[in-house]
Write a protein of this length. Structure first.
Length: 514
RNA sequence: GACCCGGUAGCUCAGCUGGAAGAGCAACUGACUUUUAAUCAGUAGGUCGUGGGUUCGAGCCCCACCCGGGUCACCA
């Protein structure tokens, strides 16, 4: 039976499909068509029928419009001299009805060569079956692509009253769903919807910033020095230059060089790369949106973030709520603003500014906060805040005015030299935005870099490098600037109610197969 | 990185105290011209994640490893 060893190795199911392919070719049917021109989609076919029906415009035999549709077979019920099937395209699904005395003997016999997950085109008038489903009475059909590997469709039961879909069996294995995202998408319409939403969110973020007068720019992914965030980079090598290169961990320093150059409102949507662990909210490559606006400070940027979030909710979601798992969180402006130090003081019941580093450390140890080695005052405050306050930040909240040590690229707070003008915006306990009044004093910036360098020498491999070229740019003069970074993946998680970042990234990072 | 759970037919899973590898769906053959988790009859399909070990005998027990999920840690 089998032509060769390769075919021998295939499972029974795959072998049967190869055999059908052979039969198709023997009958002179093209199994992988070159093109097809539908006149309608599955969704439009149904809508059109319903419109004609309610206008009492149906033709003889209750037939609606004659359509030609293309799609993938997702269900098949063989009744002998008639067959019911379901077809899906990018817009929905529609039922097909094949009758032997309508399509003819030869065409009907050829149906036995079709399988679930094949792509076909079908042509005929619409009607409503006895059980009430709008269906295409197929008069002719054509094979578009023979599928040699069945998709793991489950059995779908649709409740006739509520329209709720219940899936039996199906494709559950998370690993396989991520590795074979094409199959996951093919089988799960709701997964396709998540990524459609993601795309629309990014479109609306662009539209919002474009309308605010921002210019979209592109800056290097491959960088001789990395900076703009505290993170471990991916390291690579350029052979011709014989030079070590890093994949960017942030866009920040390049975008601010553009502000120096007079491009006064810029943004970039980019993949950033951080060589760190994986979690429900961390993928090593992720999508970042950063923007910088001359003649603004972090207060202005808080207003802009509020307007941006509302714009995305209004245009994409149609409602001002965020979903975290099953929780529905209303989004209203202005968002809550909480000083990092004052919020922590409240949680501790004493003024953090009055506490010594030793006091802070004792508190942290008392609470079993891990990894305190080498933590300075700022780090201790941050850790305590993370432990005591952050988990409660479910409604949209700006956490503002971080300790200076934690923020080497932010301006010193105009009213308190111990703090910086910075905010992080949290929703549902996750950080989504991070912003500052950008530090534009080149002398101060060099000192901050040097402090980072000291941390680096002390073993902190996430501390930032000194970027002399960036300081040179600041010496030419950067106007007062507010800048914001946003985790696009995390925002999409919030909007689509996904609890894992992997469910909003089409191809999340996985270990190699085998 | 630590701990917990998992990996058995194409898919979803069961498999008792160690004693002849199972079910449903999918597939294949046949019946059925308005079904919709179609139905009915029959057939076939297995490297039990991998490699060792214990045992008369291992899907099951032991050791190591691989892969994934979850929790924690790391990650502003």
């Amino acid at each position: 039976m089998s032509e060769n060893e390769t075919t021998d190795d295939l499972s029974q199911v795959l072998r049967h499909r190869r055999e059908k392919l052979d039969s198709i070719i023997e009958r002179g049917i093209q199994p992988f068509a070159y093109n097809f021109t539908p006149t309608s989609t599955t969704a439009a076919t149904i809508t059109s029928f319903e419109v004609m029906e309610s206008a009492e415009a149906l033709g003889e035999n209750g037939h609606g419009e004659r359509v030609t549709v293309g799609g993938r077979i997702v269900g098949w019920r063989d009744m002998g001299r008639s067959v019911f099937a379901h077809m899906e395209d990018g817009h929905g699904r529609v039922q097909l009805y094949f009758r032997k005395n309508v399509i003819g003997e030869e065409s009907f016999e050829s149906l036995s060569l079709l399988d679930v997950s094949d792509w076909i085109g079908a042509e005929g008038p619409t009607f409503r079956t006895r059980t009430g489903e709008v269906t295409i009475q197929v008069e002719s059909w054509t094979l578009l692509t023979k599928s040699l590997r069945p998709l793991p469709f489950g059995k779908v039961e649709t409740d006739p009253e509520t329209g709720e879909r219940k899936v039996y069996g199906g494709f559950q294995d998370q690993e396989m769903r991520y590795r074979q995202r094409y199959a996951d998408l093919a089988v799960h319409p709701d997964v396709r919807d998540v990524f459609r939403t993601r795309s629309r969110v990014i479109t609306e973020l662009r539209r919002f910033l474009d309308d605010e007068g921002f210019l979209e720019v592109e800056t290097p992914v491959l960088q001789p020095l990395y900076g703009g965030a505290s993170a471990k980079p991916f390291v690579t090598h350029h052979h011709f230059l014989d030079q070590t290169m890093y994949l960017r961990i942030a866009d920040e320093l390049y975008l601010k060089r553009l502000i120096v150059g007079g491009l006064d409102r810029v943004y970039e949507i980019s993949k950033d790369f951080r060589n760190e662990g994986l979690s429900k909210v961390h993928n090593p490559e992720f999508t970042m949106l950063e923007w910088y606006q001359a003649f603004s400070d972090y207060e202005d940027q808080m207003d802009l973030v509020e307007r941006m979030v509302l714009h995305v909710l209004d245009t994409v979601m149609g409602e001002r709520v965020i979903r975290v798992g099953d929780d529905v969180i209303p989004v209203t402006v202005p968002f809550r603003r909480l000083g990092l130090v004052s919020g922590l003081s409240e949680a501790l019941g004493e003024d953090v500014h009055e506490m010594s580093e030793a006091d802070l450390r004792a508190k942290a140890e008392e609470l079993d906060v891990p990894d305190l080695d080498g933590a300075g005052r700022g780090k201790l405050i941050d850790k305590l805040f993370g432990e005591l306050v952050e988990p409660g930040l479910v409604e949209p909240t700006f956490v503002i005015d971080h300790p200076k040590e934690l923020s080497p690229l932010a301006k010193t707070h105009r009213n308190d030299p111990r703090l910086t003008e910075r905010f992080e915006m949290y929703i549902g306990g996750a950080e989504i935005f991070n912003a500052f009044s950008e530090l534009n004093d080149p002398i101060d910036q060099r000192e901050r870099f040097e402090a980072q360098s000291t941390l680096r020498d002390a073993g902190d491999d996430e501390a930032q490098q000194i970027d002399d070229d960036y300081i040179r740019a600041l010496e030419y003069g950067m106007p007062p600037t507010g800048g914001v970074g946003m985790g696009v993946d995390r925002l999409v998680m919030m909007l689509t109610g996904q609890t894992s970042i992997r469910d909003v990234i089409l191809f999340p990072i996985l270990r190699n197969e085998e």
